[in-house]
Design a binder for this molecule. Sequence first.
Ligand SMILES: [Zn+2]
Length: 414
Amino acid sequence: MNDIATSYVKLVLAVGQHDPDYVDAYYGPPEWRQEAEARKRPLPEIRREAEALIAALGTQRPAASGTDAELLRLRHVYLTRQLQSMVARIDLLAGKKMSFDEESKALYDAVAPTHDESHFQGILDQLEAVLPGDGPLVDRLDRFKQGFVIRPDRLAPVFDAAIAECRRRTGEHITLPPGESFTVEYVTGKPWSAYNWYKGGYHSLIQVNTELPIFIDRAIDLACHEGYPGHHVYNALLEQHLVKERGWPELSIYALFSPQSLIAEGTANFGIEVAFPGAERVAFEQKALFPLAALNPAGAGRYYQVQELVQKLSYAGNEAARRYLDGKISREQAIDWLMRYSLTTRDRSEQRVRFIERYRSYVINYNLGQDLVKEYVEKHGGTADHPDRRWRVFTDLISSPRLPSGLTPPGAAP
Ligand SMILES: [Zn+2]
């Protein structure tokens, strides 16, 4: 199996020579990367080898019993599905046309549900009641949120405090690898609001895009999502348990446009709720973050009441992407849709359309990923009233090579 896994890693590196976003992280042997750079393999050749590996995996069924049977089964399914996704990505790079849903199924092993305008309108009506007044709701929400911007000179202390708290909470439930650490950098001119670059050796570089105002909720969101117990911890646990302890090379590479991303984004988003159950988040922010950001702590309750409703609009972003990429609406109409149904301001909606153009159906990984992970964790007893159990199920999930279709029982709707 390690031979197939090694070939898989080399193929991901080879696709990376055609698609600069494909290899999101790699910390395996540097000579494998040099090899890929020295000879740019043609896409049809990579595709043929991927198909051959899938066929080889088909003849090597993992043992059905034994202490590691479940983990070995997951490994087998993981490699097969990651390779199938790679074939789809190669087809897309070669110009194959797929609908938004076909693409997300092929690349991420999942399809986001479709919602029409009336679904979002119901949530907008609730927000209308919370934020009464004249003019478009998106402008009223923006005016309301202006009172919760972190001043640029307060960004670093607020983020540092948020990261320290997320790390402390995570450390109470997860044994973090020795010496794990990350560096935060503030950047501009990117199509995303933050990014985790995993470097291997339990180290991440986290970049935060400061070109648009950063609201107070982003501190905990980003500290959890990019750091603890999100991407940084996910990558570090996979490195520790699967790459180092078991010697599985396939986890030393992270193909961005692959099913692994739904698990990564979904656990990173759900991790916020795991780290701050119930009212604990608002309590911590009132006590620690609002004062550090020079904001009035009295406003925290109402701010998060509004945020909770805005969160429910998350599928509107998928809808904009689906309609735009399927050619049903124009770029301008996609921006309008986001302003109307996601309530993101024009400049933020433009940033999101740039993200959609570059990462396409990747957008489902955040909200659908979060919902699938939540459902999976709760189904395994990790409900909000069993926080310790929730941490355990969550930790198992981020320490194993699990796939989106493995989160839902066969035949169940996503
Ligand atoms: Zn992420």
